[in-house]
Design a protein around this ligand. Structure first.
Ligand code: SAM
Length: 484
């Protein structure tokens, strides 16, 4: 809660009062109210009904987001074991509206161009149900690492995480994607109630710098969209220059795009043509989310479509052992792609207890990058010359004469896909996440690699031997505090 509304920049208040007129008082009063807290369940790991039954928190549905719920701040679900298992993602409720408007479909090629920390990428992946290719890009390397960790935690297998500026992405992926999301860096006025640094950084000069940068990003995004494709532009700010203004400037240069009118929640307000010079046709079909009109923070969303007929998504082929890549592309590839052999299949079946058809039933091709073995979505181009943090699902690491399963694999699996699985108590799960070895586990007569779960959600691998379960939870993820 903002303790003192005088903290809001004066020039911001004057502008908002002029724009909002009779609604200004209600808008201003929203800063004196508590903000809303949201989480989004992970449909890759559970059904909505099962999730609601399992969660120990009081949850209320977010009306505009199929997987979204409000939670009470004091319950702190971000500290729960099931958060580490990727059962849900903590996300501001209004932010969940953007992917609803994008409407991703299984099998498509989708780009999230400004993706960190990954709220929207992980939501997109949930809708894709593991089919197709999601490229999640974040230009700032440290933020890209957080994005990559969130993609892993949520058990997403068909996502390539990279870290390139938009202009480089445009060189690499010309007219490649069916849908693109530009969740643009902005002045963050819609987050003032949640984020005090956005208040401190605000200035009118910053707003116009953001507007120019947004247009530049859109200019690169458009080069990557197929004819007939969908481009969603969103911000978490109120400034008309960054919303209706940026969209109008873009459309005046790109006659091949039009604003689409899409069904949406009744609480969303229309974009305001009167707030900008030379508004583009259809600007009232863009959407504004106001904190005084709904239970969430401020957001703006526009859905644009490029004219032309969209070509059909690539057929979904199942797992290829490094052969799916055309010979020319394979020659271009940066790393030696020695075909992983039947050894991997053997390892998965004999040592991991995975069903014999698990690997062959996956969509993607198995590729080696040094010692790391990944399942790369079939639609992905060669990664040569691209800063890639995660080229798909990390399956295993080759050690001296043996294989070790990747943590990402554990999170992408379901308990039923292996017979080497063990359910942990809450206390055991907490100890596992702290990095402790476990002994005396019920069912602990297991030997070798074991998938450790809490309430059926995999947390990671352990390796059982002589009654002890050696902890293979990655060191960088271990937590020192105790969970509630
Ligand atoms: N979509 C993200 C999510 O839902 O978690 C939030 C994205 S945030 C609004 C905008 C992102 O754009 C930031 O992570 C920021 O680092 C990135 N960014 C900053 N400058 C950029 C630029 N010039 N081009 C592309 N992205 C940029």
């Amino acid at each position: 809660m903002m303790e003192d509304r005088k903290q809001l920049p004066e020039a911001f208040c004057m502008r908002m009062e002029r724009l909002l007129g009779s609604e200004w008082e209600a808008f201003l009063a929203s800063y004196d109210k508590n903000r809303y807290y949201g989480l989004r369940m992970n449909p890759l790991k559970s059904s909505r009904e099962a999730f609601r039954e399992q969660m120990p928190f009081i949850l209320e549905p977010v009306s505009w987001a199929e997987e979204g719920f409000y939670y009470r701040a004091e319950e702190q679900p971000g500290k729960d074991v099931l958060h580490e298992a990727g059962a849900y993602y903590i996300q501001e409720p209004s932010a969940m509206a953007v992917v609803e408007i994008l409407d991703p479909q299984p099998g498509e090629c989708i780009l999230d161009l400004c993706a960190a920390p990954g709220g929207k990428s992980t939501q997109i992946a949930g809708r894709m149900r593991g089919e197709g290719l999601l490229v999640a890009n974040e230009v700032i390397p440290d933020r890209a690492k957080i994005l990559s960790r969130n993609v892993e935690r949520m058990g997403i297998g068909n996502c390539v995480v990279c870290s390139e500026p938009p202009e480089r992405m445009a060189e690499l992926f010309p007219a490649f994607f069916d849908r693109i999301l530009v969740d643009a860096p902005c002045s963050g006025e819609g987050m003032f109630r949640k984020d005090e640094t956005a208040v401190e950084q605000w200035s009118e000069a910053h707003v116009s710098m953001c507007a120019d940068r947004q247009l530049m990003i859109l200019e690169e995004a458009v080069k990557m969209l197929k004819p007939g494709g969908v481009l969603v532009y969103s911000t978490c700010t109120f400034a008309p220059e960054e919303n209706e203004g940026t969209v109008s400037r873009f459309l005046h240069k790109h006659g091949e795009f039009r604003i689409e009118e899409v069904p949406h929640d009744a609480a969303f307000a229309p974009g305001q043509a009167a707030w900008v010079d030379e508004p583009a046709p259809g600007i009232m079909h863009t959407m504004r989310l106001w904190p005084h009109r709904l239970k969430g923070e401020g957001h703006y969303i526009a859905r644009l479509r490029r004219e032309g007929a969209l070509s059909a998504p690539m057929p979904q082929r199942v797992c290829h052992m490094g052969k799916a890549q055309p010979a020319k592309a394979a020659r271009r590839a940066a790393v030696a792609q020695k075909e992983p052999t039947a050894e991997l299949q053997d390892f998965f079946v004999k040592e991991m207890g995975l069903t014999p058809d698990w690997l062959s039933g996956q969509r993607g091709r198995v590729q080696k990058f040094g010692e790391q073995i990944y399942l790369v979505p079939v639609q992905m181009i060669s990664i040569q010359g691209i800063k890639v943090l995660r080229p798909g699902l990390h399956l295993a690491t080759e050690k001296k004469n043996r294989l070790e399963p990747a943590h990402a694999l554990a999170l992408a699996l379901k308990g039923a896909q292996t017979d080497k699985v063990l359910e942990l108590s809450q206390e055991e799960a907490q100890r596992y996440l702290r990095g402790e070895s476990l002994s005396g586990l019920t069912g602990g007569e297991q030997k070798g690699w074991t998938l450790l779960c809490r309430q059926g959600y995999p947390l990671g691998f352990g390796k059982a031997s002589g009654g002890q379960m050696k902890n293979h939870y990655p060191k960088g993820l271990r937590r020192s505090y105790s969970y509630s």
